[in-house]
Design a protein around this ligand. Structure first.
Ligand SMILES: Cc1cc2nc3c(=O)[nH]c(=O)nc-3n(C[C@H](O)[C@H](O)[C@H](O)COP(=O)(O)OP(=O)(O)OC[C@H]3O[C@@H](n4cnc5c(N)ncnc54)[C@H](O)[C@@H]3O)c2cc1C
Length: 450
């Protein structure tokens, strides 16, 4: 099959569909090629009966996420608050304790240690430009170390370091030893600070989409109609005299292209001519995180009767973060546990039944024997997924922003780069995906007008 169009978009996740939507609104001819037989990419609803769903990919939206929030409204969708009534749990080693509010009842020395570190990091965050992190005054120094090495040098207590480490795993699905300190700071700045990234009330985990977040992509694709072509993995891009994007059974000739996928996947195409070294080496250096999202489904959210919010943090693991992920009416009850970073890497190698047992054992340790009686269990290992290969998104290891950062968004001839990783606001989030698509579309409109 051969097609000619003005712009070809590769990827029908939130970024690709947002780009196509902007271009179509300006009367530009667009074709979207999507490898999977569905849209939504890293957002994916999973039915759990009675017309209800849980999301196995991205799900939360929060204050300050203007692009995704306004898109949700435009598409006629609604949000509801994440359940958070009652006491939260904190597990430190063998000790399980409950607390209200944002701060667990732990050794005050550790709390002071964390507070001082957060204040210090907060000051550093504000000096890192999110569009050009390599231009921060101390960029070279901060990009030469990891979050782990910084906490080792600047924090006094083991528990304090462990709490910052937990935050790192929860946000990047990577170990603190994986992540460049400069990346940590740039990412926090793109999201109004670390506290906003890790908070539920007033933060990134505040609300969910009624009916599931994949509906955002589904609704955009319905608007776009048959220009979204599914089941068509792109393999090869020729961008010499002519731009030709080839999938398994389609060849699209276009004036401009938007690649709306993570940098690691964008490095796997055959480019003719080969990409400039800086862009290729960038894609060799930005890996995706490792996360397994695991949910146990119960007839009732029984933990609510015990006055618990369902939210838990543990420094023991393997499940270290838990949320009540029940539908808006609270039926059925759903506990969501994340395996992140090294836990996801290790347990991803286990058999499905071993992993399920391990997750239910963790939930039972946290919430009592009723947690062992799940009526269903749902999980998604994003690293296994051929068209994602790891989540939540990409993270930058040391010496990547400073050496290759300027290649992240710079167009190469007619090729433009979108995807949540290229966002300067809410980098790596659904909001960032939407704004990155809109930014790439405006670059294309600018080029077409020349
Ligand atoms: C478990 C999990 C939890 C998350 N939690 C949150 C959250 O709570 N809140 C939040 O804001 N964000 C969250 N995120 C991140 C968020 O989901 C992503 O940032 C966002 O969905 C990325 O959108 P995108 O369009 O940039 O990329 P993607 O969604 O990855 O879209 C890329 C598309 O390209 C397609 N593709 C890949 N290769 C090819 C090819 N060769 N040819 C054609 N098509 C191809 C893919 O199939 C995919 O559809 C989470 C992600 C995961 C996985």
């Amino acid at each position: 099959m051969e097609r000619s169009t003005t712009v070809v978009v590769v990827g029908a996740g939130l970024s690709g569909l947002s780009a196509a939507r902007v271009l179509r609104a300006q009367g530009v001819d667009v074709v979207v090629l999507e490898a999977r037989d569905r849209v939504g990419g890293r957002t994916l609803n999973h039915p759990i009966g009675d017309g209800k769903v849980v999301e196995v990919g991205g799900q939360w939206v929060g204050p300050g996420q203007e692009r995704i929030q306004s898109l949700i409204k435009e598409l006629g969708l609604e949000t509801f608050d994440t359940y958070g009534t009652g006491k939260n749990l904190f597990e430190h080693g063998d000790r399980l304790s409950s607390y209200r509010g944002a701060i667990p009842r732990v050794n005050p020395l550790a709390l002071v240690d964390v507070q001082l570190a957060m204040t210090r990091l907060g000051r550093m965050v504000r000096t890192v430009p999110t569009d050009e992190p390599w231009k921060a005054p101390k960029a070279t120094l901060w990009d030469s170390e990891t979050v782990a090495s910084w906490t080792r040098r600047h924090m006094r207590t083991r528990l304090g370091r462990s709490l910052i480490g937990l935050a790192c795993e929860a946000v990047w699905a990577a170990d603190p030893a994986d992540v460049s300190l400069l990346h940590f700071l740039a990412y926090c700045n793109s999201a109004d600070g670390l506290e906003s990234l890790i908070s539920t009330d007033g933060g990134a985990q505040q609300s969910r989409v009624v009916g599931g977040s994949q509906q955002i992509a589904v609704a955009m694709a319905e608007e776009l109609g048959d220009i979204v072509i599914l089941g068509e993995p792109v393999r090869r891009i020729a961008y010499g005299d002519e731009l030709i994007v080839s999938g398994d059974s389609i060849t699209v000739r276009a004036a401009q292209a938007i690649f709306a996928i993570s940098p690691a996947l964008a490095g796997r195409f055959i480019y003719e001519p080969a990409l400039p070294a800086s862009r290729d080496q960038l894609t060799q250096r930005i890996p995706n995180g490792s996360v397994i999202k695991c949910m146990a489904i119960y007839d009732e959210p029984f933990w609510r009767d015990a006055g618990l919010s369902g939210q838990l943090t543990s420094d023991r693991g393997p499940v270290k973060v838990v949320f009540d992920n029940s539908p808006p009416d609270g039926r059925p009850g759903v506990l969501l546990g994340f395996l992140e970073g090294n836990q996801a890497r290790e347990l991803g190698r286990w058999s499905a039944s071993e992993r399920r047992q391990c997750i239910l054992d963790c939930f039972t340790r946290f919430f009592g024997p009723k947690a062992a009686q799940a009526r269903d269990y749902v999980e998604k290992i994003w690293a296994d997924d051929e068209w994602t290969r790891g989540c939540y998104g990409a993270f930058f290891p040391p010496n990547t922003w400073t050496a290759f950062g300027d290649a992240l968004r710079a167009p190469i001839g007619p090729i433009h780069w979108a995807g949540a990783e290229t966002a300067t606001r809410w980098m790596g989030y659904m909001d960032g995906a939407v704004s990155s698509g809109e930014r790439a579309a405006s670059e294309v409109l600018h080029d077409l007008a020349r």
